[in-house]
Structure formats: C-alpha cells, structure tokens
Design a protein around this ligand. Structure first.
Ligand SMILES: NC(=O)c1ccc[n+]([C@@H]2O[C@H](COP(=O)([O-])OP(=O)(O)OC[C@H]3O[C@@H](n4cnc5c(N)ncnc54)[C@H](O)[C@@H]3O)[C@@H](O)[C@H]2O)c1
Ligand SMILES: CC(C)(O)[C@@H](O)C(=O)O
Ligand SMILES: [Mg+2]
Ligand SMILES: [Mg+2]
Length: 342
C-alpha cells in the first residue's frame, strides 16, 4: 500500500472548530504559572480568545518585565492561584513539582483543573494529584513562539489533548476548549494519552528534532572544516540551509522536498543518507527510546537538575564557544538582512 491509498485511513478523530466550545472554560479563573516560551503564547492567545487569564510568577524577573510589556499584569503565584478554577503549569518540567507541592496543593479545591503542556510530571509520577480534580493536557506540537505567531496570523499550531483524570466528566471538553483558545482547532487537534505524548515527545526531541539534528549539523560542519574548507562555506552548507529544506518538508512532505532539490541532490541524498543513519545508529536510537520508556532518562534528568544542571550548562557553554556558533553569529547578520519581511 502506498501513502495515497491510505489517505484518510490513518488518523483517528481530528477535532476542529465545531468540536470545541470555549463556554466550558469561559467564566473560569485561569491561572497560568510561568511566562516563558509556552507561558507567554498561552497567556496572550487565551486572553485574546476572551478568557479570564491570570499570570502567576515567583519573582519580578525577565518574565515579569516581558508580561508587563505585553500588556499583562502578572501576579505573585499565590495571588494568581487564589480562587482559581484552572491551573496551567508552564514553568519548566523540573520546576513543576516544587510549585505544585508548595503553592498549588495548599489551595487545591474539589473540582479544580490541573493542566499541562507536556505529560512529564504526571506520567513519571512527580506530581500525583488527588482524585477530586480534573487532570488534562493540551500539548502544542510547536515551540512557544510559533504558538503565538500562528495565532496572531489567524491560524494555530496542532495540539494534542489528553485526559489523565476526569472527575467532572468534562475534562476532554475543557482540554478541547483550551486547544481552541490557543488557535489549534483552526489546524486540528488529536487525542492522546499522557504516556504516549510524554514518551513520543521525548523521543522526537532527543533522537531528531533537538538532539539528532544538532549533532548531525555539527558533525557535517566539522567534517567540511576538517577537510580544509572555510568555516563560512561549511556553515552555509551544513547548518544555515537546513531551515529552507525543512520548510519544504513542512509544506510538502519528504518526497515533496526531494522533488524541490536537484536530481543530483536526490540521488546523493537517498543513497548516502541511509549509509550514515545505518542500522547501528538505529540500534542506538532504540536504546535511547527504551530509556525513555523505562523512566531511566527521567531519573537521569531529575538527578542532573537536582545537582544544579552543571553538565547541561557545560554542554551549552561548549556549543556557544564552538567555531560553528561563532561563524553563525556573524553570518546570520547577512542572512537575516535578506529575509523577506512579513
Ligand atoms: N518550549 C516549548 O516550545 C514547549 C513545547 C511544548 C511543550 N512545552 C512544555 O511547556 C512547559 C513549559 O516549558 P517552557 O519551555 O515554556 O518553559 P520556559 O523555560 O520557557 O519558561 C519558564 C518560565 O518559568 C519560570 N521559571 C523558570 N525557572 C523557575 C523556577 N525555578 N521557579 C519558578 N519559575 C521558574 C520562568 O521565569 C518563565 O516564566 C513544559 O512542560 C514543557 O515541556 C514546551
Ligand atoms: C519544542 C519541542 C522540542 O517540541 C518541545 O517538546 C520542547 O520540549 O520544547
Ligand atoms: Mg518536549
Ligand atoms: Mg515537542
């Protein structure tokens, strides 16, 4: 069977505009905890969708200033949580348990909702809510800035919804309402479980989107430079053009991208790609996917975070100081000058 003959038979239910009703959450006090990548997008999109949004922050730092400059009046976490009906966790995954234990638990009431953008804390049992609350998720399949950008332009990014606990009997309807408020029903909303979302999200970002991609771009850059070519040539080829190639994939799929490049690139790409990403590499991918499934990755990350994220910081410092990032900082000035303005 090819992709075309399967069309329309693979996806489960896709929820769109008429499947979701904002009334389920319209008159509720929504406390958004965190104003970072997702927090900013959620607060602004839900506010612009006419919902009663309060932003709760722990301190008056950069997020606070950003919120104020966006026309939001942030509050101390305790004030945002006071009498709230829906609590949305948009602080980093590793911070959620502390905020839950110290700030949310003391004010949890029968019938409140706990909402997540990623299932990590619930799936790995860092947060174990009582039975008398709804626990659901709306997980954008996009970085926070895109969640806002798509909404502002009249669209929305796809979102996955999932229900962990349905005390009210309406958890799915409320998750769909949140997704609609974010703009996601303009695209489509798919249903998942906390387990499936958590594990596949981690697999995607480690094996390819964030981990595999960064390592592959750097390895290609380093290979070209090691052969004596100039770093700026290597940066253009190995790193900068990736966006334009993935734009093609985004719009037209893998085969559409292949049809947009030359036959030479097509032949070289389709023969050399699987030689590089060979069975040995796939075996290593599987090994890391199994660590996600067993919870070993979660334990490793929690331990690293609890010890001050020193290893993570060292890896970021190494990247920031690399030749590819140095040349990239200079080249982006040229590249971004030529980017069309919307
Ligand atoms: N970043 C994304 O694009 C993305 C995509 C999908 C899902 N998610 C999920 O969304 C949730 C939020 O992630 P994010 O990347 O938007 O977070 P972020 O790191 O961008 O946001 C951090 C926010 O939390 C606050 N914060 C940071 N450390 C804190 C601490 N120790 N105590 C209290 N507040 C603190 C910051 O001031 C900021 O307001 C996570 O569950 C994440 O997995 C993120
Ligand atoms: C944007 C991503 C990588 O898809 C998200 O999952 C995250 O954790 O930031
Ligand atoms: Mg993620
Ligand atoms: Mg993701």
């Amino acid at each position: 069977m090819n992709g075309v003959s399967l069309l329309g038979k693979i996806l489960g239910k896709v929820y769109t505009e008429n499947d979701a009703n904002l009334d389920y959450i319209r008159n509720k006090k929504i406390a958004i905890l965190g104003y970072g990548s997702q927090g900013r997008a959620w607060a602004l999109n839900l506010r612009d969708s006419g919902l009663n949004v309060h932003v709760g922050l722990e301190r008056q730092g950069n997020s606070w200033k950003q919120a104020v400059s966006d026309g939001i009046t942030p509050e101390k976490t305790e004030d945002a949580l006071k009498d709230s009906d829906i609590v949305i966790f948009l602080v980093p995954d590793m911070v959620q348990r502390k905020i839950y234990t110290e700030k949310v638990m003391p004010v949890l009431r029968d019938g409140m909702d706990l909402v997540f953008a990623h299932g990590f804390n619930i799936h790995y049992k860092l947060i174990v809510p009582p039975e008398n609350v709804d626990v659901y998720m709306a997980a954008p399949k996009a970085p926070g800035p895109s969640v806002r950008e798509f909404f502002v332009k009249g669209g929305g990014v796809p979102v996955l919804v999932g229900v962990h606990q349905d005390h009210s009997g309406n958890a799915l309807n409320k998750a769909l309402a949140i997704a609609k408020g974010l703009g996601a029903t303009k695209a489509g909303v798919l249903e998942t479980s906390f387990r499936e979302e958590t594990e596949t999200d981690l697999m995607g970002e480690q094996l390819d989107l964030v981990g595999g991609l960064t390592a592959m771009l750097r390895a290609t850059f380093q290979t070209i430079v090691d052969l004596g070519y100039r770093p700026e040539m290597a940066y253009f080829e190995a790193i900068n053009e990736m966006k334009l190639i993935t734009d093609q994939i985004y719009d037209k799929g893998l085969s559409g991208m292949l049809r947009a490049v030359s036959d030479t690139a097509k032949y070289g790409g389709l023969t050399v790609g699987p030689y590089i990403i060979n069975d040995e590499v796939k075996k290593r991918m599987r090994e890391k996917a199994e660590m996600i499934r067993s919870g070993k990755f979660a334990s490793e990350w929690i331990e690293e975070y609890d010890e001050g994220s020193k290893h993570l910081q060292a890896l970021m410092d190494d990247l920031d100081n690399s030749l590819e990032e140095q040349v990239g900082r200079e080249l982006r000035e040229i590249v971004l000058r030529g980017r069309p303005k919307n």
